[in-house]
Design a protein around this ligand. Structure first.
Ligand code: BG6
Length: 495
């Protein structure tokens, strides 16, 4: 007997990297935490000639080493008992009728179904169409949810085409667009930090904030992903999605309620208020570069052009920085600097908010040479923390100050913290769409970066470079509005 909350979690691309490295470990952890509905079943769809026993063996092999605190045999057994494999080449439309029959007629498979497209985005429309042709989009017997991962399209027009294709067969309410950054604990904490504390609200404003920086830096290079990355580039890969999502959370107004539409309405308002970048201003607002050879942890590493699968003439950016203005009452005139790069000096995601200088130089006549502005730092990863930098008086006979840091949390690298996919998969099963992107949200995010992408796509003869293992080219500083603005690279005190 299946129960109302039970569901069948169908993973297309079950033998691929995302399923192995993220989805199945997340399902394991949810099962371990007793958060999977008791009758939940997991169906793996793949082209390989495997059967259920073989797939279960593969899952077991991959899970060991990927789960916290080692594999618990009882949880593993429970999880594996939920798993069944169905062999299907996703391009063979004719076989979806057979899949539909099997899914609906196998008694242990609950009629509520999640279709998770853990496949190349090029096949999203094909699979959605084939599911619908087999009647699997219809919700009479149980709910049906379609999950897609970024990238949602290649540019604005392509994203709109993809949306039209998905909307032909699925209602917007059935579509869950994943941006895994929204599942990260600290990203969710931005919301709580802002709206559960009265203290900050009056300061969260152009009168007091000088600028905002949102950084995602990676030490890793492009690894084996050149095939995808070389056509995408850092602006599409990180800024259009993850960084703009973080920007919306920093900049949005409090929603009237916590329901998905209220939250997403506020995020869309932010994206709509971002001042469009005209083609003639792209150079003033955007910067790109590519890593050359360099050193990471003392070892020589190749440049981007030396990575496997990268075309020798490629001018794809591995570093991108963008300056945006949000033309609304709260933010008018405050620059938001977004920056991302591969093969940088550190792996860190950080939101750094710099406040303005106090209006009068009260301490002019003292020994204090320079008053540092206040910073508020939100460490997203690897350290999760909220830290404020304030001036304090140093003890002694003279009037001197130093910067002191106030930590709102333990600022720890907690190896136990849950993976973004755990909370996102649970939301899908429970039908909470607040952490998933709505169609208009994606479109507005594309509108912001589209002029830059268009300009860059025709200027393909030259790109700045930076040594692997550095903080990127100094030329990126040209985006700053003023001389006293500079990149904040860490949570540590700047000496
Ligand atoms: C992905 C990008 O969406 O996010 C990758 O395609 C990037 O290029 C990754 O490395 C970063 O995610 P995380 O969770 O490792 O910070």
């Amino acid at each position: 007997m299946t129960e109302a909350g039970d569901c069948t979690f169908v993973i297309f691309g079950a033998t691929g990297n995302l399923a192995r490295n993220k989805l199945l470990p997340a399902l394991y952890h949810l099962d371990a935490a007793d958060r999977l509905p008791p009758g939940a079943r997991i169906v793996g769809i793949g082209r390989r000639d495997w059967d259920t026993a073989h797939w279960r063996g593969e899952i077991e092999r991959h899970l060991s080493g990927r789960v916290r605190n080692g594999l618990d045999p009882a949880v593993l057994e429970r999880l594996l008992a939920r798993c069944q494999y169905f062999r299907l080449d996703i391009t063979q439309a004719a076989r979806y009728a057979e899949l539909a029959r099997w899914l609906t007629e196998t008694a242990v498979l609950p009629p509520n179904m999640v279709f998770y497209l853990s496949i190349s985005p090029a096949y999203y429309a094909t699979v959605a169409g084939a599911l619908a042709a087999a009647g699997l989009n219809r919700s009479e017997a149980g709910w049906r949810r379609l999950v897609v991962e970024k990238p949602f399209g290649y540019d604005l027009e392509d994203a709109q085409r993809l949306d039209e294709a998905l909307h032909r067969d699925f209602d917007e309410a059935q579509i869950y667009r994943i941006d895994h950054y929204l599942g990260k604990e600290m990203v969710q904490n931005i919301f709580v930090f802002r709206f559960a504390n009265l203290l900050l609200e009056p300061l969260w404003h152009r009168n007091y904030i000088d600028h905002v920086q949102i950084t995602h830096a990676e030490r890793r290079g492009v690894e084996e992903r050149a095939g995808y990355f070389d056509t995408a580039g850092a602006l599409r890969d990180m800024i259009q999605s993850h960084l703009l999502q973080m920007l919306t959370l920093v900049a949005m107004e409090p929603p009237p309620t916590l329901d998905a539409e209220s939250i997403r309405d506020e995020k869309v308002k932010v994206l709509k208020s971002v001042r469009p970048i005209p083609s003639s201003a792209v150079h003033a607002h955007a910067f790109r570069a590519q890593y050359g050879p360099g050193k990471v942890d003392g070892a020589a590493v190749p440049g981007y052009l030396g990575e496997p699968g990268v075309p020798p003439e490629s001018t794809t950016e591995t570093y991108a920085a963008l300056k945006l203005y949000i033309d609304n009452w709260r933010w008018r005139g405050v620059p938001f600097y977004l920056r991302t790069g591969k093969r940088l000096a550190e792996g860190i995601s950080l939101i750094a908010i710099r406040f303005k200088h106090p209006p009068q130089q009260l301490f002019r006549t003292t020994q204090i040479e320079r008053l540092e502005p206040n910073w508020l730092l939100l460490g997203i990863q690897p350290e999760q923390c909220i830290r404020a930098e304030v001036q304090v008086r140093e003890s002694g006979l003279d009037m001197r100050t130093r910067v002191s840091q106030l930590d709102a949390s333990t600022c720890a690298m907690d190896p136990q913290h849950i993976d973004a996919y755990e909370s996102l998969l649970l939301d899908i099963v429970e039908g909470d769409r607040s952490l998933f992107l709505r169609s208009d949200e994606v479109t507005w995010a594309w509108r912001i970066v589209d002029p830059v992408l268009k300009r860059w796509s025709v200027e393909r003869d030259y790109i700045h470079t930076y040594p692997a293992g550095s903080w990127g080219p100094p030329e990126a500083d040209r985006l700053f509005d003023r001389e006293d603005q500079r990149w904040r690279n860490s949570l540590a005190l700047v000496g």
